[in-house]
Design a protein around this ligand. Structure first.
Ligand code: YCP
Ligand code: CO
Length: 274
């Protein structure tokens, strides 16, 4: 069972959202967490511990969160947050832009923190060519849907869209999403059938064909080879952990111990500890 849940669908005001997104085009985005990204995932802090948008990483703190100059420049998103959430528990709010052709390396969040947070996504601009995953489940978050993501489980994302996918990402210091939401908001359970994305079974020999990438992998294209494996995970029934198994297999077959070492360290960082 996935823990990821579509909470509800918000009735967004298209014009007011467009006005906020227009302003957000001119914000400063940063490349933090590059080790989890093949391609480009850039984020902009809207609320955090200090109210300074240069503080771009998640960290433990007691709260409450303070809005940055960017958060304060988004009246509609601020209103939505106030209307639907108990902001006393909010620790971080970010805008995240996933660029066309980009994927996230399967990873678990909060490993570097003392306490797990509760992650909420609100897709603001997306389309059918964007997918997300938890373990072996691939699904779509559509615009205006509020989602709880169990970011402590292995998750990933893919964009084959031709424009940036833009999500509002909220982290709350509550053990469950119910604790972050204003009472009265209906909380769904799980991922609805029509949000699931089917994958095909693996073809015989498919892994071995990928292993032929051993002939081209090196330190300059390690991330590109990894992206190929992650994109295949979104198409075919690899397990999330298989992404690193396949990558390590390619690295081993290349006869380059430093790449095997790099892949093992990368896996540890993404899935186990950091
Ligand atoms: C985060 N997950 O939410 C991480 C890093 C990719 C998504 C970047 O902080
Ligand atoms: Co994540």
């Amino acid at each position: 069972m996935t823990r990821t849940t579509r909470i509800t669908t918000l009735d967004l005001d298209a014009d007011r959202l467009a006005a906020d997104l227009d302003r957000a085009e001119r914000f400063g985005y940063n490349d933090s967490y590059g080790e989890f990204i093949c391609g480009s995932w850039r984020s902009c802090m809207l609320w955090n511990r200090t109210g300074d948008s240069d503080d771009r990483f998640l960290e433990d703190y007691a709260g409450p969160a303070r809005s940055t100059e960017y958060g304060a420049a988004l009246p509609y998103l601020t209103e939505l947050m106030e209307r639907h959430f108990l902001l006393g528990h909010l620790r971080f709010a970010r805008l995240a832009r996933l660029a066309p052709g980009s994927v996230l390396v399967p990873h678990r969040d909060y490993l570097e923190l003392d306490q797990d947070l509760t992650r909420i996504h609100l897709p603001l601009r997306t389309d059918e060519l964007c997918s997300s995953s938890e373990d072996e489940t691939v699904y779509r978050m559509r615009r205006g849907e509020l989602w709880f993501l169990d970011a402590t489980r292995t998750h990933s994302a893919l964009s084959r869209s031709d424009r940036d996918r833009v999500h509002l990402i909220l982290d709350f210091a509550t053990p469950t999403p119910a604790g972050a939401l204003r009472p009265g908001l209906p909380v769904g359970t799980g991922i609805p059938e029509d949000s699931l994305v089917a994958r095909r079974p693996l073809r015989p020999g498919e892994r071995e064909h990928f292993e032929a990438l051993a002939g081209i992998i090196d330190e300059t294209n390690y991330q590109d080879v990894l992206a190929l494996v992650i994109k295949r995970y979104f198409e075919a029934e690899l397990k999330a952990a298989d992404v690193f198994r396949w990558l390590e297999g390619i690295a081993r077959a290349s006869g380059r111990p430093e790449l095997v070492e790099q892949a093992a360290r990368h896996e540890e960082h993404c899935l186990v500890s950091r």
